[in-house]
Write a protein that binds this ligand. Sequence first.
Ligand code: C2E
Ligand code: CA
Ligand code: CA
Ligand code: CA
Length: 274
Amino acid sequence: AKDSGRSRFEYYTPDMDAEREERHRLEIDLRIAIERQELTVVYQPVVSAQDGRIVGVEALARWNRRGYGAVSPDVFIPIAETSGLIDQLGLFVLHRACETVKRWPGFKLSVNISPGQFRDPAFPQNVAYVLRQTKASPADITLEMTEGYFIQNADRAKTSMAGLRRLGVHIALDDFGAGFSSVGYLRQFGFDRMKIDKSLIHALDQERSAVDLLHATVALARSLDIPVTAEGVETDAQVLQLRLTGCDQLQGYLFGQPMSADDIDSVFRRDERR
Ligand code: C2E
Ligand code: CA
Ligand code: CA
Ligand code: CA
């Protein structure tokens, strides 16, 4: 069949062997790193579009691979997903972030959730457990998810979402505008927030049509009463456009890179004094 044909092909290609070997080694190291709790969590400021004050943070996983250095989440998250490590990794990040956010009273916390975690029927229970353990306030927590899973598994997605809703956490649709984003499911699932993908924000400085697309996207969200966060904001020109459209939250290098909790402490104190 098709599958065996593919593996035969891979078997006879030295390059692919090397690639698979490297991937296998990455997987082994990642498993060890997760077990030893060597992954870390950094926090990127999310600011109010109105006055630029920090309103919360997005938690992002980091892995410093022993003997190699930093591995990008775009590399290790997919590996965690295909090797059954994502549940453990995801709960570690959620737990650590919920514990840490208590240092900043009033802050909202966003945590990324992989389809693999969301698919697990026990996921809402796991979240509930972390909430109880850390005494984090569910209303301050937003779980960010991308659209793929919702399109492919509408019914199961609805059940999982209902379970999470009952806990009181919020659910945001991440990376909107990056894929085949459609109006239908945006409405169907009742997301609490939309995050516009950075590719669309970056295009604002390049193409006139991107400005129109941004306006249409935010107008759509507003018509459904869904507040909008723009991610990947890097320039003042982008801020100007985003304010005009009515985006209420901004996130990007212009306001702060993902940073350690200790570095967020100083941002917290700065904005508290303002
Ligand atoms: P994401 O959820 O879309 O996160 C935003 C990414 O954009 C982050 O990359 C962030 O560092 C980067 N970013 C923020 N501001 C700017 C900017 O102004 N310009 C540019 N060019 N980039 C900016 P990062 O940390 O490398 O994470 C990549 C992706 O990996 C995330 O995309 C998310 O999908 C995934 N990821 C990271 N941590 C976790 C996690 O704990 N769990 C899961 N499931 N996924 C995670
Ligand atoms: Ca995200
Ligand atoms: Ca995103
Ligand atoms: Ca992403």
